[in-house]
Design a protein around this ligand. Structure first.
Ligand code: GLA
Ligand code: ZN
Length: 720
């Protein structure tokens, strides 16, 4: 699906002309033309102006703006404006305001102040969407609908009484019978047994650790409640303008909403992405988020709906992008599957919460250093039409699962984990550092076509997915699973009889126990329990605490991994595990613990824990041959060296193209459709041999020898 009838890459941003006098609006249109803007997102926060009094709409000003856009050849991604309800709703219907975990009703004066269950908000947001659709259905500038804005970014949960009643209904639907819920949540622990659904609370602030299964279901309920808001509006739009694609902007690695589910209901995936330029890993975050978004609809191109030109305003210190980085990161998104590069926002606000957030036009106007970068990027993107609609072809997949990230975060222990795809990001990074094209997929996506499938930290046991991985391995894929996986069922009950659950058969191993290291010695140094006076503490001076480190040393046993490590560096680096370790046994022999427990012949020990820890001698990485492929298990959070070496091994077995993995430092290569992007993230000009074809960006021929300037790119169309 292409968004613009011209089939160009979309370029523009959120435009809030309602903040500005007529003269500025006229100037904006001229500046947009100069910058090559072809799409603007309008009316995202305009509800108060669109509906100044309940039920009284004023669309004349918006029509005027849309007409001007059309005259100027600028298309419109029209928002439904429902992300910030006007003050009259708060005053007339105070119950529409959300309630936080402590029972505090949130006030008016910022944005997103609505309860997702509010009947008033629901009906008025739908009505506004309908009215806008009726008003603008035939407008020639309209090319996309933008429902709401960043659902759940500030208020992922509401703890009001209406939400509580709806939560009870949602649970009734899900479990049918209260005894099923009691069983699923294991409520006999701590006397939480319910005899009716209407006794159940939303998980407000409690005396101590809540029932994590209850909280997980509450997260799912909140997600589905917010999705209903989106669907309510989208339905209105689709009835009136069936041909206009509908989107709502996602936020990358965000697990309050399950975007894989949401993606089924949007026509175009769009994403907001604000990596922190202070961090070297930001260059990877750009690529990771893009691959994540491309994966949500089976490889369909997405739109980068928001990024900033220069710097945001919401971090404590808002590091500014380096010269060229705005374009470089934009092109990286395009290379990884974006058909649009949009900014928040067109013109930097004159006041309010975001006045110091960068825009395409800064407070200083065309005098700003950013203006030239904005114009330059517009020119570059205008040359990239051959990329639009193109696909990235990947032989490697990394699997992410929102519910697993949530479950891992919400279960109290074995150790703290954010509700993010951290392990998937780490493995993706190792692949990206080697320029290996990678798809990010979900547990329901098709596995055919991948010769390497990485399954990092799939906390929930999914028997159907395990069966599909088995088939993929039999057909030749190398499946790599990392710990902790298969630890709980979908309602957060522990898998009994050994973790890995249904993955055990495939991997040939079972996990009997976890053994987590605790590196926080500095914090403990404050505690008298940490103090040992070796002159007098006769007993404690003899006590060893080998677990107070943030790693597990590993010993490599497989020749293939030794060779891969030799390629990583000389002298050969030693891989390490992180804080996570566990006891792994061969499934079939694991009826009783004996130390040390060895594996059967079916399973090769690729690496084992070194003797310094109590796990000494136990397997840390295993491999089992399965049909034409193999199943690998990593029983620790492997460090970057270990991941890099293992990626080399898997890529070799999986016949994955590694030809671009040894290019000069800082060079990212991505092939999308007919175009190969060379992105130089470094501060040095880099010479590349063997680059032939036409560079869409410089509009010049590359004849086998190319120089990519610092923090810039080439986009080569091959002549073959
Ligand atoms: C989000 C919002 C925008 C703006 C930016 C600022 O992405 O959608 O309205 O607040 O953050 O970074
Ligand atoms: Zn509520």
């Amino acid at each position: 699906m292409t968004i613009l009838p011209t089939r160009d890459v979309c370029y523009g941003g959120d435009w809030n002309p309602d903040q500005w006098p007529a003269q500025t609006v006229a100037e904006d249109i001229e500046l947009m033309k100069e910058a090559g803007v072809n799409l603007v997102s309008l009316a995202i926060f305009s509800w108060a102006k669109l509906e100044p009094k309940p039920g009284e709409y004023d669309f004349a000003w918006l029509r005027d703006i849309m007409d001007r856009c059309h005259e100027a050849g600028i298309f419109v991604d029209l928002a439904t404006g429902t992300a910030a309800p006007p003050v009259w709703m708060a005053r007339n219907n105070p119950e529409s305001l959300p309630v936080n975990k402590d029972g505090v009703r949130l006030g008016f004066g910022s944005r997103q102040q609505y309860c997702p269950s509010s009947r008033e908000y629901r009906s008025r947001s739908k009505a506004l969407a309908r009215a806008l659709a009726e008003e603008f259905k035939d407008h020639p500038a309209l090319v996309m609908w933008h429902v709401n804005n960043e659902y759940a970014c500030h208020v992922p949960h509401c703890y009001c009484d209406v939400c509580e009643a709806d939560f009870q209904d949602w649970l009734r639907d899900k479990y049918g019978d209260i005894s099923a819920l009691n069983d699923a949540w294991n409520t006999h622990f701590w006397a939480q047994v319910y005899s009716d659904f209407d006794q159940i609370y939303v998980p407000r602030t409690m005396p101590t650790i809540p029932n994590s299964a209850q909280v997980l279901d509450f997260w799912r309920f909140s997600d589905s409640q917010i999705l209903k808001l989106y669907l309510g509006e989208a339905e209105q739009l689709r009835e009136v303008t069936p041909g206009i694609p509908v989107t709502t902007n996602f936020m990358g690695e965000f697990t309050y909403l399950d975007y894989r589910e949401w993606a089924k209901h949007v026509d175009v995936v769009s994403d907001d992405s604000y990596p922190d330029p202070a961090l070297p890993g930001a260059a990877h975050e750009v690529a990771f988020n893009a691959d994540l978004m491309r994966g949500l609809k089976g490889g369909q191109p997405f739109v980068l709906m928001e990024q900033v030109t220069s710097a945001v305003q919401w971090r404590p210190q808002n590091t500014v992008k380096r010269p060229g980085q705005f374009e470089l990161w934009s092109l990286s998104r395009v290379a990884h599957g974006a058909d649009g590069v949009m900014q928040f926002q067109w013109r930097q606000s004159p006041g309010g919460a975001e006045m110091f957030h960068g825009g395409m036009v800064h407070h200083s106007g065309k005098k700003s250093r950013w203006w030239s970068e904005v114009v330059k990027l517009g020119g570059s993107l205008s040359n990239l039409a051959p990329v639009v609609g193109g696909r990235v072809d990947a032989k490697v997949a990394v699997v992410v699962d929102t519910d697993s990230a949530r479950a891992r975060h919400l279960s109290c222990g074995p150790n703290e984990a954010p509700a993010l795809f951290s392990a998937a990001r780490a493995w993706h990074r190792s692949l990206w550092e080697k320029n290996i094209a990678t798809d990010i997929i979900g547990v329901e996506d098709d596995l055919a076509g991948y010769s390497v499938i990485v399954v990092p930290e799939l906390f929930i046991d999914y028997p159907k997915f395990a069966a599909r991985l088995q088939v993929a391995a039999e057909n030749g894929a190398h499946v790599l699973v990392t710990a902790p996986s298969g630890v709980v069922n979908p309602t957060l009950r522990a898998v009994l009889g050994g973790y890995l659950g249904s993955l055990s058969d495939l991997l040939g191993v079972v996990v009997t126990d976890y053994a987590v290291h605790s590196p926080d010695a500095a914090k403990w140094a404050q505690s008298d329990l940490w103090m040992v006076d070796p002159r007098v503490d006769r007993i404690t001076r003899a006590v060893e605490t080998p677990g107070v480190v943030d790693y597990h040393d590993l010993e490599v046993r497989s020749a293939a991994l030794v060779r891969a490590l030799e390629q990583v560096g000389s002298p050969r680096p030693a891989p390490r595990g992180g804080v996570w370790g566990e006891y792994v046994m061969a499934t079939k022999e694991a009826d009783q613990f004996t130390d040390p427990m060895w594996l059967n012949d079916e399973v090769e020990v690729v690496a084992q824990f070194a003797p310094e820890s109590d796990l000494g001698g136990w397997p840390a990485i295993t491999k089992r041959k399965v049909g034409k492929g193999a199943a690998w298990y990593v029983a620790t959070d492997l460090d970057a060296v270990g991941r890099d070496a293992l990626v080399r091994v898997l890529a070799a077995y999986g016949r994955v193209d590694m030809s671009a993995s040894n290019l000069p430092d800082g060079i990212e290569v991505v092939k999308r459709g007919v175009v190969t992007f060379y992105l130089n993230h470094s501060d040095r000009a880099v010479q590349l041999a063997g680059v032939t074809g036409f560079d869409l960006l410089s509009q010049a021929e590359a004849t086998g020898h190319a120089v990519v300037a610092p923090r810039s790119a080439m986009a080569i169309v091959s002549r073959e």
